[in-house]
Design a protein around this ligand. Structure first.
Ligand code: NDP
Length: 339
């Protein structure tokens, strides 16, 4: 059983060499009378929050650190049940849930797994648009942002797993939507493929405040926050009265020793802005409703999706690290087996 483990804790930007692939043996048998299942892992999701689990235990916030050397790196994935001790799961079932970055995983609490309802769609979609990234976009946009037709929406890291879907939800709602991304290729994708009204390459802008003023002469009603730092500061100068900010993530800050200061917070008071953090795990009961909505839109062609697929477990460390320099174009995932 090949698996990815953490070699050392990470300070600053993660590197491929912070992880390694090791091999051990696995018994394809669940303990007697246990309700565990064994799954064969097919597709693994690469997610920015995993960086937090690579920090030293005293520095890790919210998520526990990985144990060095022995514990497999874990994350969301799509897998197939190959041995089952649980009455609700049979061999061959396709599932989505937290699994190991390894070929086979023992899942001791299968109740945490979600059965895949639409195997007619590419299974990899369940690592992203039909998985945690998609739920994040759905909850963040529809529940936290409370959007109305005609509003001005700004999305950062807009071509990524979460951002590309937020932008498309905003268009379906009848909003005007602009995205920022870190390359011209991604900016083109936003405008040509995902139907954003406008987009800009934040790395080429000397003054983010001026870029936002250019894109939003009347100001921003909704900011879907994926990056934090200087972009958040610039948005605070351009947000309208009663604006909403869905604080989804702040990827520009995860590798900094000291987070950047945000200087324009007073605008939250002056403009009566609501800024709210959220995690999709607080909204699990809405998963099936979300899944059906997105599946219908995918099937009718109203929503499109771009993935960046790395091949093989050996490529997983590089794929994960690439999230922090913008190497991924679309949702980053790793395929370790297709069936
Ligand atoms: P993406 O697919 O968007 O990949 C990460 C992207 O972040 C990169 O491609 C890069 O795009 C951008 N990025 C990296 N470093 C920086 C930087 N220093 N400044 C600006 N942008 C940077 O990832 P996800 O869609 O999975 O995640 C997007 C955000 O949502 C993250 O902040 C993540 O933590 C958060 N999130 C939160 C969840 C929650 O439960 N609240 C759940 C899932 C995600 P570019 O080339 O455009 O710079």
């Amino acid at each position: 059983n090949k698996k990815v483990v953490l070699r050392n804790y990470v300070d600053g930007f993660p590197k491929e060499s912070d992880m390694k692939v090791v091999t051990d043996t696995v018994r394809l048998q669940v303990p007697h009378e246990s309700t565990a299942v064994i799954v064969k892992n097919l597709y693994l999701s690469c997610d920015p929050y995993m960086r937090v689990r690579m920090s030293r235990p005293d520095q890790s916030i919210e998520f526990p650190s990985f144990v060095l050397g022995s514990q497999v790196v874990t994350g969301y994935g799509v897998a197939k049940v190959v041995v089952s001790g649980h009455k609700d799961f049979k061999v061959g079932d396709l599932v989505l849930g937290i699994t190991g970055w390894e070929e086979y995983s023992l899942i001791s609490d299968p109740n945490s797994l979600i059965k895949i309802n639409h195997p007619e769609l590419p299974l990899s979609y369940y690592t992203g648009i039909l998985g945690m990234s998609g739920m994040t976009a759905y909850i963040g946009f529809y529940e936290i942002c409370a959007p109305k037709k005609g509003e001005f929406v700004f999305v950062s890291a807009a071509s990524g797993a979460v951002g590309q879907l937020v932008g498309q939800f905003a268009k379906l709602t009848g909003c005007y939507v602009v995205g920022s991304a870190g390359s011209d290729e991604k900016v083109n994708l936003l405008k040509e493929k995902f139907d954003f009204d406008d987009a800009f390459n934040y790395k080429k802008e000397e003054d983010l405040n001026a870029a936002l003023k250019r894109c939003f002469p009347e100001g921003i009603d909704i900011y879907f926050e994926n990056v934090g730092g200087a972009m958040l500061d610039a948005v605070l100068l351009n947000i309208r009265n009663l604006g909403r900010i869905a604080a989804c993530g702040m990827v520009s800050q995860y590798n900094l020793e000291k987070p950047e200061g945000v200087h324009n917070l007073i605008n939250i008071v002056l403009k009566r802005v609501r800024m709210e953090g959220f995690v999709p795990k607080d909204h699990c009961s809405k998963y099936r409703k979300f899944e059906e909505m997105v599946v219908q839109h995918l099937k009718s062609g109203n929503i499109t999706y771009v993935e960046d697929i790395a091949e093989g477990l050996e490529s997983a460390p590089t794929a994960l690290v690439g999230l922090f320099n913008g190497k991924n174009v679309g949702k980053q995932l790793v395929v370790i087996a297709r069936e």
